[in-house]
Design a protein around this ligand. Structure first.
Ligand code: ZN
Length: 141
C-alpha cells in the first residue's frame, strides 16, 4: 500500500553530486570567494569527513566553509535529493503535504519545514527552477 505506481514523474532525475555542483556554480561561479570576507584567495581544503563535500579555506581571514555553508541545507539531516524532491512535488507538481510525506518517507512536519525554508530562500527557489527546467522535459519556468 502507499506508493503511487509512477513516482518517477514526481521527481527530478538528479544525483546528490549534481545538486551540489549546481549550488556551487550558482553561489560561486568558477572561483569560490570567501563567504565571510569576500576575498578570492580561497583554496580547496579537503573534504568534510565521510562526505564528498569540498571544503575551502580563505587564506586572508582563515575561515573554512563549504558549498552549503550559510544555506538551510548546511546542517540538514535529510539529503539534498529529498530537499529538491519535496520542493519539486509541492511547488511544481502541486502535491499535497500528506502525499509528499508518504512517498518520500518523511513526516509531514519535515515536509512543511522544507517547504517553508524554500519559500524564504531565493537560492533554493532559483535552484529548483533551474533543475526543473533542465532536467524535466515539459516543465516550464
Ligand atoms: Zn575570508
Amino acid at each position: 500500500m502507499g506508493r503511487p505506481q509512477d513516482i518517477s514523474k514526481c521527481e527530478i532525475p538528479i544525483s546528490e553530486d549534481e545538486i551540489l555542483a549546481a549550488i556551487r556554480v550558482m553561489r560561486f561561479g568558477e572561483e569560490p570567494r570567501c563567504i565571510y570576507c569576500g576575498s578570492d584567495t580561497v583554496i580547496k581544503w579537503g573534504y568534510i569527513p565521510h562526505t564528498n563535500r569540498q571544503r575551502y579555506l580563505c587564506k586572508k581571514c582563515g575561515a573554512t566553509f563549504n558549498d552549503l555553508t550559510g544555506t538551510p541545507l548546511e546542517n540538514s539531516k535529510i539529503s539534498l535529493r529529498d530537499w529538491i524532491t519535496i520542493a519539486y512535488m509541492f511547488f511544481r507538481r502541486g502535491m499535497k503535504v500528506s502525499d509528499i510525506a508518504r512517498v518520500t518517507n518523511h513526516s509531514p512536519r519535515t515536509v512543511i519545514r522544507v517547504i517553508n525554508l524554500v519559500k524564504e530562500n531565493s537560492l533554493l527557489q532559483n535552484l529548483l527552477r533551474k533543475l526543473a527546467s533542465e532536467k524535466v522535459s515539459g516543465d516550464r519556468s
